[in-house]
Ligand binder design. Structure first.
Ligand SMILES: NC(=O)C1=CN([C@@H]2O[C@H](COP(=O)(O)OP(=O)(O)OC[C@H]3O[C@@H](n4cnc5c(N)ncnc54)[C@H](O)[C@@H]3O)[C@@H](O)[C@H]2O)C=CC1
Ligand SMILES: O=C(CO)COP(=O)(O)O
Length: 333
């Protein structure tokens, strides 16, 4: 039986542990809090993140990273992007040299502008053939409710992606393989920034034309950045690109979308942070995505506007007017 360690008992770590167990794996789920691990093991529920959802018997929660890592073929990482480096440094010594490291995270590190797979490689010394990412339209609560969804598992080594695909394929979760790790990671990280923009517009009371325009031009700037970084343009038309963008920008379950709505309705950043219980990656990653764009000489006007609104206190209406008054351009340039 395939053994997997999942690090992070938040919404996605828990939901993906459920997918792996439903696919027949034996799963150790690592979390920081002993009382939550105990609760998951005894009640088969994670009441803090996925109330009402049943965690299958194949998942055992623990706070012991050594126990979690024992015999794991896959180590799945599901903590906030900005804490991954410090967390992984603690877990790495207990991981075997042939364990495949799988990132579920959709963020870019502040300061270094590194993608999560780069952080994983740096901290563990693993080569790219041992690092995979999973990304797609996968709102945790819908997956935990076993609603049908597709996803992408990407690794430079396609045979590793195929092994991961087999480990997480269930009747309701359909993973496709890809070798474009850069494109899949960027798709996941930048859609959170675009979801903030769409949320802000929703919160301002704007309608579906605005939303569709932001989604489409958001995808255009994501693709521009991706191409500059060596990604495959097709990835952005796929599940990790358009698919995730549509899900996140439409769903009331999305933390990034909701965060944007609150800002658009006039809450301050502090007020919005105070009412947000879970990780809204785009709030920090909008700055690192803009950093990446500047490093690669790529224009990302929507991302720039989100940074201005979220971090520099620009009123949303001013940001929107500035976006609309940019010089006229051909759609493709
Ligand atoms: N929730 C979702 O629907 C999806 C989330 N993701 C991505 O998965 C990643 C994890 O997100 P979620 O599970 O949703 O977040 P979450 O906020 O639900 O859970 C985060 C988990 O990390 C733990 N954590 C927080 N700070 C920590 C620290 N300093 N050290 C160790 N653990 C810490 C929390 O206790 C919690 O267990 C993010 O990058 C997110 O973008 C990707 C796809 C779907
Ligand atoms: O990545 C997600 C869905 O694929 C979840 O989005 P949020 O982090 O905005 O909730």
């Amino acid at each position: 039986m395939t053994r997997c360690a999942v690090y992070g008992t938040g919404s996605w770590g828990t939901a993906f542990a459920m997918v792996l167990a439903d696919a027949g794996c034996e799963v150790s789920l690592w979390g920081r809090r002993a009382e939550l691990a105990e609760r998951i093991n005894t009640t088969r529920e994670n009441p803090d993140y996925l109330p009402g959802m049943t965690v299958p018997e194949g998942v055992t929660a623990t706070t012991d990273p050594v126990l979690a890592a024992r015999g794991a073929e896959f180590a799945v990482l599901a903590v906030p992007s900005q804490t991954l480096r410090a967390n992984l440094a603690q877990w790495a010594p207990s991981l075997a040299g042939d364990t495949v490291l799988v990132s579920l995270m959709k963020g870019v590190e502040l300061g270094t502008a590194k993608r999560m797979s780069e952080v994983v490689q740096e901290v563990t010394g693993a080569g790219p053939e041992r690092v995979a990412v999973l990304s797609g339209p996968n709102l945790a609560r819908e997956i935990a409710a076993r609603q049908p969804a597709a996803s992408v598992v990407a690794c430079r080594d396609e045979s590793v992606a195929r092994r991961l695909q087999a480990a997480c394929h269930t009747p309701y979760f359909r993973p496709y393989t890809n070798t474009d790790v850069v494109g899949c990671e960027l798709g996941g990280a930048v859609k959170n920034v675009i979801a903030l923009a769409v949320g802000i517009a929703d919160g301002m009371g704007l309608g579906d034309n605005t939303k569709a325009s932001l989604i489409t031009r958001g995808l255009a700037e994501t693709t521009r950045l991706g191409l500059a970084m060596g990604a495959d343009a097709h990835t952005f038309a796929g599940l990790a690109g358009l698919g995730d963008l549509v899900a996140t920008c439409s769903s009331p379950l999305s933390r990034n979308h909701t965060f944007g709505i609150n800002l658009g309705r006039g809450m301050t950043l502090q007020e919005t942070v105070a009412v947000t219980r879970q990780t809204a990656e785009g709030v920090k990653s909008c700055e690192s995505v803009l950093d990446l764009a500047r490093r690669h000489g790529v224009e990302m006007p929507i991302t720039e506007t989100v940074v201005d609104i979220v971090h520099d206190g620009k009123p949303p209406m001013v940001g929107l007017k500035e976006l609309m008054s940019r010089s006229a351009k051909p759609e493709r340039h």
